[in-house]
Design a protein. Structure first.
Length: 117
């Protein structure tokens, strides 16, 4: 039995979306910290303290940090501070070390919101 036509169309759209998302050119531009596997147990760890950002968010967990890093502009992503933060994240570094590095990167970018921290 075939699914309804609307369901088939939905599946086509989903397949088109994922095939375009996983295109070779897009994957070539994917930052290294997105390609590497990071355990969910590590991502769920809380930072030493919440870090408020002027972008309107608050980073509370390593998962929040990773999501924030994935949205960085190319210029910010290439900075030494964010490169070091990415390295620490990939190495499953101590939470305190990663927290300090992310805070430092936010300070360098002028994106730390001291009213939230």
């Amino acid at each position: 039995m075939l699914p309804p036509a609307s369901s088939q169309m939905s599946m086509r759209r989903q397949n088109a979306f994922w095939s375009s998302w996983a295109s070779p050119t897009r994957l070539a531009r994917t930052p290294p910290y997105l390609k590497a596997a990071v355990s969910s147990a590590y991502l769920s760890k809380k930072l030493t303290r919440p870090l408020g950002t002027k972008d309107g968010g608050t980073l509370r967990t390593i998962l929040d940090v990773r999501a924030y890093m994935l949205r960085l502009s190319k210029d910010r992503e290439r900075s030494a501070q964010w490169q070091r933060a990415a390295q620490l994240l990939l190495e499953h570094a101590d939470v305190a070390a990663l927290s300090r590095q992310v805070e430092l990167a936010l300070v360098y970018d002028g994106k730390i919101d001291v009213t939230k921290t």
